[in-house]
Write a protein that binds this ligand. Structure first.
Ligand SMILES: *Cc1c(COP(=O)(O)O)cnc(C)c1O
Length: 354
């Protein structure tokens, strides 16, 4: 890999109050960019002062959503060092997303270096307050400035980073979830397995509708039968039913979450049976009515785990775990965040020290 050229910002920004951070609002002093041109490959890897991009108004990304992204965090440990959680998993998933959206894959060493070198340069921005971290947003965009519907021959891989606080500032409280029966997020053969902006655009309307009704997130059903549970908001979802853990399988329209993967591993370590399979909304409501549904939670990098206290479908509402955090949900949160912030042993080698 060629050297990364670094141009430092002449004036550094004032850092925000890290006790009251709004998610994704305060970008650091620098960003990473690499260009790709067909025939030339990836070139001009550089770190430059954070600034608006100048892109052609006809760029493909603006019209045809040729873009994919990733999300991971850098954590400040007790001894002041900085570490990442499973970054190569993000790099590999990013390339899987690129393949689906007809973007060029980013060589793994370049993709990782874009993340590690930017975090190293802006390491003073990694906050040390409880539950805070530096959120890392790598993304790839298609930039060809022509309106024809084709894959781009000029693309950019960019990384930006920003300090973030706990996803739910009021703490790990159970959220209310509304089962969305009209819109779907993704279908098999579509782009559900890719982390791409278009999936998010398709989800916004249902999210707003759920919020208007007083719910935090929507529970997505599959796009074909409209029966099977897929994800909750932009998180994967898990249930504890009759002592077993159930989670939707990676059927082609569910995102392969790294938090999901990590939770499944921990749950198996602890001796739980984990079933990855189709789960219908009806099966879930039936389990809730009979008392077999013990816990429900979402998993994702931003919130880590998010307990679910109420599920609603149309007029029917069911309460989960007496609207309290279940014991398994709490344990997953404690152990995963313990590993991420370096308070707990890391038996699976998930941590990369910077
Ligand atoms: C990013 C994302 C997740 C969670 O993935 P993590 O790797 O655990 O952060 C789940 N669902 C969707 C739709 C996502 O975009």
């Amino acid at each position: 890999m060629e050297q990364i050229k670094i141009t430092r910002a002449a004036v550094l920004k004032e850092k925000p109050d890290c006790a009251n951070l709004v998610f994704g609002k305060y970008m650091t002093d620098h960003m990473f960019i690499a260009d790709y041109h067909e025939g030339q490959g990836w070139h001009d890897a550089r770190i430059v002062p954070y600034a608006p991009l100048a892109i052609d108004p006809a760029a493909k990304v603006l019209h045809y959503a040729q873009e994919i992204f990733e999300g991971l965090k850098a954590y400040r440990t007790q001894d002041g060092s900085v570490q990442l959680f499973r970054p190569m998993d993000n790099v590999r998933r990013m390339n899987q997303s690129c393949r689906r959206i007809a973007l060029p894959q980013v060589p793994e060493d370049l993709a990782l270096a874009g993340i590690t070198e930017l975090v190293r340069l802006d390491r003073e921005w990694v906050p040390s307050e409880k539950d805070t971290s530096l959120y890392i947003r790598p993304f790839v965009i298609g930039l060809d400035p022509t309106l024809g519907v084709h894959a781009s021959r000029h693309c950019q891989y960019i990384v930006i980073v920003c300090p973030v606080g706990a996803y739910y500032p009021e703490g790990l409280n159970p959220v209310k979830i509304y089962i969305e029966e009209e819109d779907v997020r993704a279908v098999k053969g579509g782009t559900g397995m890719a982390k791409t902006g278009g999936n998010y655009a398709a989800s916004l309307r249902a999210g707003s509708r759920a919020e208007e009704k007083g719910y935090t997130q929507v529970l997505w059903l599959d796009g074909v039968h409209r029966k099977y549970i897929e994800e909750v908001g932009a998180m994967n979802v898990m249930f504890k039913v009759g002592g077993k853990i159930l989670t939707p399988d990676l059927n082609g329209s569910v995102l392969d979450g790294i938090t999901r993967r990590s939770c499944i591993q921990l749950l198996k370590d602890w001796g739980y049976e984990v079933e990855e399979r189709r789960i219908s909304a009806e099966e879930l409501f039936e389990a809730a009515r009979s008392g077999a549904l013990e816990e429900a939670w979402g998993t994702g990098t931003a919130a880590v785990v998010s307990p679910i206290g109420e599920l609603a479908r149309g007029e029917e509402k069911v309460c989960v775990s007496r609207n309290e955090i279940g014991a398994v949900t709490q344990r997953l949160y404690d152990v995963l965040t313990g590993i991420q912030w370096g308070r707990e042993a890391d038996p699976h080698g998930w941590i990369m020290k910077l």
